[in-house]
Design a protein around this ligand. Structure first.
Ligand code: AMP
Length: 190
């Protein structure tokens, strides 16, 4: 089973992905983490993307597409991936379908975590004190939320049309969301 977890920054995608990974023995593919690693390891790609990332803009579809192909093409992860933070644009959504098709896979469910801008600001400020991410401050959080709002609509309707979209209240307590997600996954596992 391949899952897409979708939502604005601070929606709880990472937290819920970790829960799903443990419970259903999947592998988390966080494009944000992969990109931050490039910056941390001072690679050529890292230096190219650091300004874009710290400004709250999206990295190009080509760059993230190449990163995820390495993962999708690896047999170890076949049909065991949770995509966290990918796709973020309609081009990425279509690229992902093509890529999965190429490797004889598909998306089984898209979990969308909905949260308000106020919650996003609050959570990002909390995370800032723990993780010290360059893009976790109020101004950039607002920018990232706006970026999400403008690019997410077409992705959401794309998955809605395919009847893959499940909307979850991301403001609920973590354990409640865990239970809701488990129910949705169990239902498609049959
Ligand atoms: P995240 O950790 O998912 O909040 O992502 C942090 C930042 O990484 C985003 O604000 C973007 O700059 C970049 N990023 C992560 N995933 C993508 C993606 N799928 N497409 C473009 N940029 C991305």
């Amino acid at each position: 089973m391949n899952i897409v977890i979708f939502g604005p920054p601070g929606a709880g995608k990472g937290t819920q992905s970790k829960f799903i990974v443990e419970k259903y023995k999947l592998h988390q593919l966080s494009t944000g983490d992969l990109l931050r690693n490039e910056i941390k390891n001072k690679t050529a790609l890292g230096s190219k993307i650091s300004t874009i990332m710290s400004s709250g803009e999206l990295v190009s579809d080509d760059i993230v597409g190449n990163l995820i192909e390495k993962f999708v093409s690896n047999n170890t992860f076949k049909n065991k991936i949770i995509f966290d933070g990918y796709p973020r644009t309609i081009i990425q959504a279509k690229n992902l379908d093509n890529l999965l098709f190429k490797y004889d896979q598909k998306i089984d469910i898209v979990l969308k975590l909905s949260v308000s801008l106020e919650t996003v600001k609050q959570r990002i400020l909390e995370r800032q004190s723990q993780e010290k991410r360059a893009d976790d401050n109020e101004e950039i959080a607002i920018k990232r939320y706006k970026t999400y709002e403008s690019s997410s609509k077409s992705v959401i309707s794309y998955y809605k049309q395919r009847k893959l979209l499940k909307v979850i209240n991301g403001e609920a307590p973590i354990e409640e969301i865990n239970i809701e997600i488990s129910g949705l996954i169990e239902a498609i596992k049959g």
